[in-house]
Design a protein around this ligand. Structure first.
Ligand code: LLP
Length: 420
């Protein structure tokens, strides 16, 4: 399937049965709006694709969006969690996940965090020999798995490729067997193996290669006397961000990847950790046109969301499709750059987009904003974090209030002597 698009009614965009201009008027802008039904469908798609072949657990990589309501929807669907920090673990416990549904995978983990995570009772996926040694002291007998470095990388850009040789993540391939044996010697209970090759890859092939590497390691570990219960292939399933771009074939990925494990190993349970795939196209970002400017060589649509609200274009040069929700389907007249209110030239949402002539006050809609949108937003330029809304069956509910300017000073202190 190509990228998801939306309906038009009376020249305005309709998202999950709701008029986007009405949503912007009611909740203010910028504002992230999530379609609950789409979120549920995305989860079911992944689960169904893999569970046809193997016992499957889908662990939502919650770094993509940790809003408690979104976590709760996925909890209701039966999802597990991939968490990377004590903050994420606690958010998921608060949203109702039981500890046995959560796997923690940190990198360069502090002993303090490791102790806190161990106390919650979640499964720990170890990233290094040092972390293993420290956990053996903190929680003797703990069931563990290891993140290994498969030597295969995939992703939408260099900053998000994680599985290549020399990466900061995981146990190098040639150290894996000795590490599992050492874990046993230290009194830990190694029961699984994990890898994550990167994020936003659009082809099946790297996942199959990853499965081959993992299978080989599972067998080497088996020959050394340790039988594993599960294999976790990480996340990284890409989604189309451009109108005519095709979606990666999930059915093909599931069939080919599970086939590798079934043919070559006796591990019968697979875990996946999709972040982007579950939330990306379930959410749009609404941002209002504040100013239209003709700079001679370029025309700008100035909007109220900058890279404080959505950093992906500025940080990764990521493409997000953008439409004018107030003039949806109207004739396009010119090319525009869509840029935000941050005082940096690198603050943009899109370059050279062919769009209808805008009016100030129009609601611009940024597509595919659910993954790493709100969760990477910041207070840069002292702008408050924006609101989040959940839409279901024609009803819209606030799931995060817009922050107030004053809340940004909550933890700041002017020393008394400076006030004298
Ligand atoms: N599992 C592990 C161990 C990960 O490190 C990640 C992502 C995932 C799962 C989920 O990957 P996904 O299915 O979402 O591709 N901020 C970047 C993406 C960074 C991903 C980091 N790790 C972006 O906006 O594209």
């Amino acid at each position: 399937m190509p990228m998801r698009d939306f309906d038009s009614k009376d020249g305005r965009m309709v998202f999950a049965g709701m008029d986007v201009v009405d949503l912007a008027d009611r909740f203010g802008t910028p504002c992230y709006v999530t379609d609950e039904q789409r979120l549920r469908e995305n989860y079911r798609n992944v689960y169904k694709a893999f569970s046809r072949y193997m016992e499957t657990e889908v662990h939502y990589a919650c770094k993509a969006n940790t809003n408690l309501a979104i976590l709760r929807v996925l909890q209701q669907e039966g999802a597990g969690i991939d968490a990377v920090s004590i903050g994420e673990v606690k958010a998921c416990l608060k949203a109702g996940f039981s500890p046995d549904k959560i796997m923690y995978t940190g990198v360069f983990v502090s002993t303090e965090e490791l102790k806190q995570v161990a106390e919650t009772g979640v499964m720990i996926n170890l990233d290094s020999v040092s972390e293993m040694e420290r956990l053996a002291q903190i929680k003797p007998g703990a069931p563990v798995s290891f993140r290994i470095t498969p030597g295969i990388g995939s992703g939408h850009g260099a900053k998000v490729i994680t599985g290549n040789k020399g990466a900061k993540f995981g146990i190098p391939k040639d150290k894996v067997v000795e590490t599992y044996l050492r874990a046993q010697d230290l009194g830990l209970n190694p029961i699984g193996i994990h890898a994550h090759i990167g994020s936003g890859g659009q082809s099946v092939e790297p996942f199959v290669e990853e499965a081959e590497v993992l299978s080989e390691l599972i067998n080497q570990i088996g020959e050394a006397g340790i039988d594993l219960e599960f294999v976790d292939i990480g996340g990284g399933i890409g989604v189309p961000y451009k109108p005519n771009e095709d979606e990666m074939d999930l059915g093909q990925m599931a069939s080919e990847v599970t086939d590798v494990f079934e043919q070559n190993t006796n591990v019968r349970k697979i875990i996946l950790e999709p972040g982007r795939y579950l939330v990306c196209d379930a959410t749009i970002l609404l941002t209002r046109c504040t100013d239209v400017k003709d700079a001679g060589t370029k025309k700008y649509i100035g909007v109220d969301a900058g890279f404080n609200t959505l950093i992906r274009p500025a940080m990764y040069d990521s493409f997000h499709y953008i439409q004018n929700g107030s003039k949806f389907g109207k004739a396009c007249t010119a090319k525009f750059d869509i840029a935000g209110p941050i005082c940096e030239t690198g603050d943009y949402l899109g370059h050279d987009r062919v769009l209808p002539e805008p009016d100030e006050g129009d609601v611009m809609v940024v597509y595919n904003a659910g993954a790493y949108g709100f969760s990477m937003s910041s207070n840069y330029n002292s702008r408050p974090l924006c609101a989040e809304v959940l839409v279901n069956n024609g009803e819209a509910e606030l799931i995060r209030e817009k922050e107030q300017v004053e809340e940004q000073w909550r933890h700041q202190i002017i020393p008394e002597r400076l006030l004298r």
